[in-house]
Design a protein around this ligand. Structure first.
Ligand code: TRP
Length: 344
């Protein structure tokens, strides 16, 4: 059912390992979307350097994320799997969009405020500009659908605002160059994964994050069965037994999170799980959770190891993907040049 009018783009930063939150919040969705859309999945290494990176680790992380995509079931023949820095049109379009986006729009981005912290003057210009590059990632392919975690909603709204302003600012030129009414489609976020918010195992009010200092706060896709078991058994809970109904999870963020993870991994509803475990203590439930987590993740981890054992394999996939991405990007960049008034 692939049509050329609908195109999915998403990106994952090449920083650190992927964890359960990335998997349940985004990658499961990526895998599903390949059935009905033409999809581009990008390891965004240009975004990674908005904060300092060690070059050897950056290369390694780019390969690691690509391997995780493949291990989770993304087919690199059917889709385009690539890394951002091999397609220079991302940065090229970002410059044009920099001249469309307004400084005030970027200053309002909550992710920038969080990441820059108190010392904003000392943040890289790239960190402020991050969402414009993200808009370029999407718009260079004129993508229509973007699966992302809910923390990226604001960036997606900005991408739509930029697309809209470009279409308005250049409306005459767009129609004169026979691109119809509007050149960029307004990309739609697809937020619903099996679990859009997976929280830390140490604190049910904080998101699971690769930047948390405690490795016990998250389950990494590269963790083995023993590590998964240890982390689940140590996960924070409260002293009450599990409730029998979903309403009983209110005000119990840790219990809610663990039941949510169980539901997402097993494809069951929270209500169904509580009807089985309601009234019992956590140790029983945690044992069952370890079983579903290991059953789901162990094959992925094993596949990732296999893929990573042959370093040239991932590099070949990324190179091939980048060439295919580039042929679409180049064509759209040429159109942008015509619209903006650059000679070529
Ligand atoms: N900012 C996204 C994140 O941190 C990663 C990203 C970069 C992205 N470019 C993108 C996601 C384009 C979707 C589309 O999760």
């Amino acid at each position: 059912m692939t049509t050329s009018l609908q195109r999915v783009f998403s990106g994952v930063q090449s920083t650190g390992n992927l964890h359960l939150g990335n998997y349940l919040g985004a990658i499961v969705k990526f895998v599903e979307l390949q059935k009905s859309f033409e999809c581009l999945y990008c390891v965004v290494d240009l975004h990674a350097i908005t904060v300092p990176q060690n070059p050897t680790e950056l290369r390694n992380n780019t390969r690691e994320i690509a391997a995780a995509f493949l291990a989770c079931g993304i087919d690199p023949k059917k889709n385009i799997v690539f890394n951002q820095s091999q397609v220079p049109e991302h940065a090229e379009l970002a410059w044009v969009l920099n001249c469309v986006a307004r400084i005030g729009w970027l200053n309002r981005m909550t992710q920038f405020k969080d990441k820059a912290g108190k010392d904003r003057e000392n943040a890289s210009v790239g960190l402020l500009d991050y969402p414009v590059l993200m808009a370029a990632d999407i718009l260079i392919y004129r993508a229509t659908h973007v699966p992302v975690g809910d923390d990226q909603k604001q960036h997606l709204e900005l991408a739509r605002d930029i697309a809209q302003k470009f279409n308005n600012d250049f409306s005459e030129s767009i129609s004169r160059n026979s691109f119809g009414e509007a050149f960029f489609p307004l990309p739609e976020p697809l937020i619903s994964g099996p679990a859009t918010r997976v929280m830390s195992l140490r604190d049910g009010t904080k998101k699971m994050s690769k930047s948390d200092i405690s490795d016990y706060s998250r389950i990494n896709l590269a963790d083995d069965a023993d590590q998964i078991a240890q982390k689940v058994r140590k996960a924070k809970t409260d002293p009450e037994p599990l409730p029998s109904e979903e309403k009983g999870l209110e005000g119990r963020p840790e219990a809610d999170n663990l039941v949510g993870i169980f539901a997402a991994l097993s494809g069951r509803t929270k209500a169904d799980i509580l009807s089985e475990f309601g009234g019992t203590n956590f140790s029983n439930f945690k044992n069952a959770l370890v079983d579903v987590a290991v059953a789901k993740l162990a094959p992925i981890t094993a596949r990732m190891r296999e893929i990573r054992a042959d370093e040239t394999y991932v590099d070949t996939i990324l190179r091939d993907g980048s060439e295919r991405a580039r042929s679409i990007a180049r064509e759209n960049m040429n159109a942008v040049k015509d619209i903006v008034g650059f000679l070529r």
